[in-house]
Design a protein around this ligand. Structure first.
Ligand code: PGA
Length: 256
């Protein structure tokens, strides 16, 4: 039985003051929901303030990115040592980082290893572009990303990580995938690749989220799918009522 997990990826939105207000608005509603792991991923400058607000709650905190080195001359980067003790999760390899900031599969793999080395749980993003989707290359592309990301990881590490399947054409476009389509990529391609690399038990243990234009109105469609264990929510996680509603629907549909 995999515990559902809903994470809010705020991306580059909200000042520290705005982040504090947003957390105050959603904290109570999120904290009331049981049986679903809830994670907020504000911008890095707001992590410390948000960590303080979440302390008395069961809501967890995640960073949106980090570098793999612990310290040194890496201007502008955030190290796993800085995140450790502040958050529990870190998003790695989001398509915006891969697309705008040149992140590679190899770098994603190094970051995942660094996260584990410092006790952070990685939320690793994979997903195909519209061109790959239309050319029928989803399986090949996504399983390639999964294989590259997991290179050198133990089965135990894989079982404890989170994977987010986020088709690029569904991110921020309002055009979500279908529940059945995402379910099939997650079950056949992502769990399939993990079963090949490790074993069926590992493939069944890893939690896989869907991400891309998730909102209250389509949450049930995704959460009713057996292979989908939660969602990575962008735009809708910036609206307190919507994000709380998404978490409530997930708890209701998953029957936890
Ligand atoms: P979206 O973003 O919900 O705004 O589509 C999801 C994501 O990029 O994680």
């Amino acid at each position: 039985m995999r515990t559902p997990i809903i994470a809010g990826n705020w991306k580059m939105n909200k000042t520290v003051d705005e982040a504090v207000s947003l957390v105050r608005e959603m904290r109570r509603g999120l904290n009331e929901v049981r049986g679903v792991d809830r994670v907020l991923c504000p911008p890095s400058v707001a992590l410390a303030a948000v960590a303080g607000l979440l302390k008395p709650t069961t809501i967890k905190l995640g960073a949106q990115n980090m570098y793999w080195e612990e310290k040194g001359a890496y201007t502008g980067e955030t190290s796993p040592l800085m995140l450790k003790g502040l958050c529990q999760y870190v998003i790695i390899g989001h398509s915006e980082r891969r697309g705008y900031f040149g992140e590679t599969d190899e770098g994603v793999n190094r970051k995942i290893k660094a996260a584990f080395a410092h006790g952070l749980t990685p939320i690793v993003c994979v997903g195909e572009s519209l061109e790959q989707h239309e050319a029928g290359q989803i399986g090949e592309w996504v399983s390639g990303q999964v294989r590259a990301a997991l290179e050198g990881l133990s089965a135990e590490q894989v079982r404890s990580m989170i994977i987010a399947y986020e088709p690029l054409w569904a991110i921020g476009t309002g055009k979500a995938a279908t529940g059945a389509g995402a379910n099939s990529v997650i079950g056949l391609t992502i769990r399939g690749a993990i079963a090949d690399l490790y074993d069926e038990a590992t493939a069944q243990a890893v939690r896989v989220q869907y991400g891309g234009s998730v909102k209250p109105a389509n949450t049930a469609e995704f959460m009713t799918q057996p292979e989908i264990d939660g969602a990575l929510v962008g735009g809708a996680s910036l609206r307190a009522a919507d994000f709380v509603e998404i978490v409530r629907i997930a708890a209701q549909v998953k029957g936890v």
